[in-house]
Design a protein around this ligand. Sequence first.
Ligand code: FAD
Ligand code: NAD
Length: 475
Amino acid sequence: MSEVYDVIVIGSGPAGYPAAIRAGQNKLKVACIDEWKNTDGSFAFGGTCLNAGCIPSKALLESSELYQRAKDEFAVHGIKIGALELDLAAMQKRRASVVKVMSGGVAALFKANGVTGIQGHGRLLPGNRVLVTGPDGAEKTLEAKHVVLASGSVPVRLKNVPHDGKYIVDSWNALEFDSIPARLGVIGAGVIGLELGSVWRRLGSEVTVLEALPQFLPMTDGAIAKEAQRHFKKQGLDIKLGAKVSAATVAGGAVDVVYTDAQGEHTLTVDKLVVAVGRRPFTEGLLAEGTGVRLDERGFIEVDEHCRTGVPNVWAIGDVVRGPMLAHKGKEEGVMVADLIAGQFGEVNYKVIPSVIYTAPEIAWVGQTEEQVKAGGRPYKVGTFPFSASGRARAMEAAQGFAKVVSAKDDDEVLGVHVIGPMAGELIAEAVLAMEYSASTEDIQRTIHAHPTLSEAIHEAALAVDKKAIDGINR
Ligand code: FAD
Ligand code: NAD
């Protein structure tokens, strides 16, 4: 007899594990299956985000930023440290231990919420059954009233840039380098390219980023992208726009990358080449013949706004479905689905999903860019506030960037908030909450912000929308 569950979740990344936990909280009998293997061969829950994405990258971003600040900024604070030394092995050991603690935390949360965690490959069979193949090859069939597919995504590979994991690598490999490449090439000036490019640049690599598009960070507000480009250039990230890579070959322990831009064809020689040109949904081995689950033309599992596939009681969430490939988007979908399965209310507000790029300065935004609002034709007003006028940012020696609020002229609705500056990723939470609660700009203006804090920048930018900023010059 096969085991029967109320809910089986395939995948324990930031979409799958919250779905399983919430299902457990909803008193449903739930199992979560994952096949993840770390580079040392160990099994772990937590998916890409915890093991090879968000968490290890943020650990290295933090360490490398501290190193860079110690090297370049401590003296300004009056701190002399003599000869500074970098211990990459210790830095990588810390990164690995942060990851281990976090993925171990998922196992502990499963236990606390009554979730059965299963190591193995899950394959959806027709009739809401799941075939599990364990690490030893043993198979068993589980049955469930509901199945949630959360199989995530994998890096896109380029045909003419053959991945070898040593010289031509993906983001996961680039998080685990055991030496600092003297010359690092990155294909793609997206989120991964900028974050990992920053890590290795701070640690001493000469970094060249080749971006196919002529525009830098096209998804961000134009003024923010312009400011970011200026800072990255100053930091020594050599970002080449409109650069189309035609070939990459490994020879003599280095990689020759051939690319063409407006100036013609060039060859760039680097010690390591990171390919960071996006991720694609992962469904290999997930769906047996006859399940009825449909993929769209780009390979995403087709779902409606509540993450229902066309097949009754089969749901799909996270990177494997449409929408931004972000951990917090997947998490909310997981929670929504588990609540809907339990007969409760569940919804994801796709209009209010924050984005953060964890560079220095950090970049964060929610809602529409000024360009999008303009294109939409709705009359709007804009307020900005520079961190150079923030007492807290000055005290932190981090007075770079600005906050920007875009609001509707007709009813004062907050349409978008964009921040480039210290802790932008934390600051954006206020704007997310404001937009989620349909706050007007005046609501933010009339909200007391503690002084001196970085959050005052959002307050002042909201005031500046109506030329009422106190600590900044109204333009
Ligand atoms: P995944 O995290 O990919 O998890 C899917 C899981 O399913 C995996 O564990 C996989 O082993 C398992 N699986 C797949 N198929 C099967 C099967 N058939 N049987 C059993 N198990 C299966 N997002 C952010 O929001 N913030 C960040 O700072 C951030 N940083 C990132 C940095 C990097 C370097 C990368 C690569 C990504 C980053 N992301 C970040 C994106 C984030 O990691 C993803 O959006 C998120 O992991 C998606 O969650 P998921 O649960 O849908 O899929
Ligand atoms: P991305 O979509 O952010 O950026 C890819 C970049 O590569 C784009 O600028 C694209 O124009 C460029 N590109 C594509 N093909 C190219 C080619 N042939 N040559 C040169 N450039 C090319 O993708 P990513 O940086 O790989 O990240 C993958 C996903 O992971 C993203 O969806 C992102 O949301 C997520 N992620 C999020 C965070 C975060 O939230 N801080 C961090 C890392 C990754």
